[in-house]
Design a protein around this ligand. Sequence first.
Ligand code: ZN
Length: 164
Amino acid sequence: MDGIEVFPRQDELGAEEFGNAIRAPLGIHRANMHRYWFEDAASGLVEQLEYLRTVKRLTASELESFTEGLSIPESVTSRPVIERPQYDTNQNSFQILQHVKVRAKRSGNYWTQCPSCAIQVRDRAMDNLAISIADPRHYKCWAGCTREMIREALGQPIPVRTHR
Ligand SMILES: [Zn+2]
């Protein structure tokens, strides 16, 4: 097991977008028709509902005292800032989405393995590179690779501009 997954996994969703499905106890997985049970009771609806009747209910004040002071760290909630490149868009036909395979879509970005990290045998989770969905010219490696490094790694180095 890699860790704990926390749902919902998205801060927000655009129109037309769906978040991750959430599997709840007693629900039926639509692909394999398998029903998921509470772990602490035997499989079977009667046993499960029996179990539910025995679970301790929290009062509103208990719930409040258990959650009081709990907050989500800023580092988790803050959204990645995509660097705005300083270049003339007319002169630049490079489109990163033509060079990488998108692995995930969340928080307004596509996510994939950073090409520069990849050649250093890093970013095995394949989610260091954020590419703005709204404007894919903006992308950023969260391990700190520069645009130059990413372009180099793709065999698409940023052209050197000479003064005229
Ligand atoms: Zn990188």
